[in-house]
Ligand binder design. Structure first.
Ligand code: AMP
Ligand code: MG
Length: 405
């Protein structure tokens, strides 16, 4: 049996190759850049107005105020956005200008419409302005030749807007691997079948698919496999043909009908580890088969989800070029006493609260690995180290945040 840290190291060093692909920018949302983005233009490419108002020379209205307005003569031209002004703003003159329109020659500033009053041929200005006020200068957002984004940067809606303004319709990203989901077990029945003694509706393939979906990536479901070596082998082979990482659930403990390990080894898959010193999820096994990876997750519904969080998700994130492989972690204070066994890492499903910038957590209730509601209620997983023993109210431990607080 190996430790959680050793198991995580093996998984993260497994060498799953990142998949670099070029995608239309809108399809890259949530992924990470696989290239540096260098601007081939100044953005904006021309000095322009940040306001609707009048293009002026700041010096012409120096000293202007409510009680001492200064008059400027209107030029014939008006500059809407998208037009290049033809005339010059001479001393004592001004030119009506709209937001985003190109600053005319001669002018160095824009006075807001609200600070003026217009007659037919002139305006009164009621406020002096600094030279350059309300002007957006060429290259003030992005300079030509600058690296705007770096390889590995996450792509958010703002990134996509910037890429569009740089004229990039496609970008190279680290594409997600395809994840297959195959639950095993003779007792499993479909979601719409009637529950009778001895049978269990397959929930693992749903919670796992949802965890994959939450990462914004594709999953493939392969039905379920019975506890029969020949049929299991057939299903596994079929699934491996269509995915990069296969997630099996069940059949990996020490029971008479736990056939997953023998089946995988029988087909030549390499066992990287079996059994991790943790609760829940002790029977976890990790295999590789050619350039594919297989997680044999324990069957218990909470074990499945916790193992996904602690091993599968970080591995996927690494292959997707993410910098932070794990969920955000905080040190949180226990709101009550926890009974806790030493000798293994215990993952506790927790409800995390933030009060005045301090994090606190409490148990979601019964922590058995079959109590799936304890996972549904959790917005955090507390990490109780192997040597910590009982956790007293007020103690601080590491908690991974699964969702909003
Ligand atoms: P196993 O690891 O196959 O011994 O399964 C451990 C426990 O998890 C048993 O109680 C199973 O019934 C349950 N289980 C296994 N697979 C699933 C599944 N796909 N959905 C819900 N429960 C499952
Ligand atoms: Mg089973």
């Amino acid at each position: 049996m190996i430790s959680v840290e050793e198991a995580q190291k093996i998984v993260l060093n497994s060498g799953l190759k990142p998949i670099v692909k070029k995608l239309p920018i809108l399809e890259s949302l949530g992924l990470n850049l696989a290239e540096d983005i260098i601007s081939s233009d100044d953005i904006p490419i021309y000095d322009n107005s940040a306001m609707d108002g009048y293009a002026v020379r700041a010096i012409d209205i120096k000293g202007a105020e409510k009680s001492y307005p200064i008059r400027l003569v209107l030029t014939d031209e008006v500059i809407p956005a998208g037009k290049i002004p033809k005339s010059t703003v001479n001393p004592g003159f001004c030119m009506p200008i709209m937001t985003g329109a190109s600053l005319p020659e001669g002018a160095d500033s824009v006075v807001k419409k609200e600070d003026t009053q217009r007659d037919t041929a002139s305006i009164m200005v009621f406020r002096e302005i600094e030279k350059g006020e309300n002007v957006r200068y060429r290259g003030e957002d992005i300079k030509k030749g600058n690296t705007v984004f770096k390889k590995g940067d996450g792509i958010n809606p703002g990134t996509i807007g910037v890429l569009a303004s740089l004229g990039k319709s496609e970008v190279k990203v680290f594409g997600p691997p395809v994840i297959g989901v195959l639950p095993t077990g003779d007792e499993l029945i479909g979601i719409s079948e009637k529950l009778v003694a001895g049978k269990v509706r397959d929930s693992n393939s749903y919670s796992l698919s949802a965890q994959i979906k939450e990462m914004g990536i594709q999953y493939k479901r392969f039905g379920s496999a019975p506890d029969d070596e020949a049929l299991l082998l057939k299903k596994i082979k079929e699934a491996l043909g269509e995915c990069d990482i296969l997630l099996l659930s069940g059949g990996i403990s020490a029971g008479d009908y736990d056939l997953v390990k023998d089946t995988l080894e029988g087909m030549g898959a390499k066992l990287n580890f079996w059994k991790v010193n943790q609760k829940p999820g002790k029977p976890l096994a990790f295999f590789e088969y050619g350039n594919k990876y297989i997680f044999a997750l324990p069957g218990n519904p909470v074990s499945v989800m916790v193992c996904f969080e602690m091993y599968v998700r970080p591995m996927i994130r690494k292959s997707m070029g993410a910098r932070n492989l794990f969920r955000p972690e905080v040190m949180a204070e226990a709101l009550h006493d926890f009974k806790n066994k030493t000798g293994r890492i215990n993952f506790i499903r927790a409800i995390v609260e933030n009060k005045d910038g301090q994090y606190f957590f409490k148990s979601t209730g019964m922590q058995g690995s079959g109590i799936l509601t304890s996972m549904a209620k959790a917005n955090g997983i507390a990490w109780f180290p192997a040597d910590i023993g009982n956790v007293a109210k007020g103690s601080k431990v590491k908690v991974y945040l699964l969702g909003e607080i």
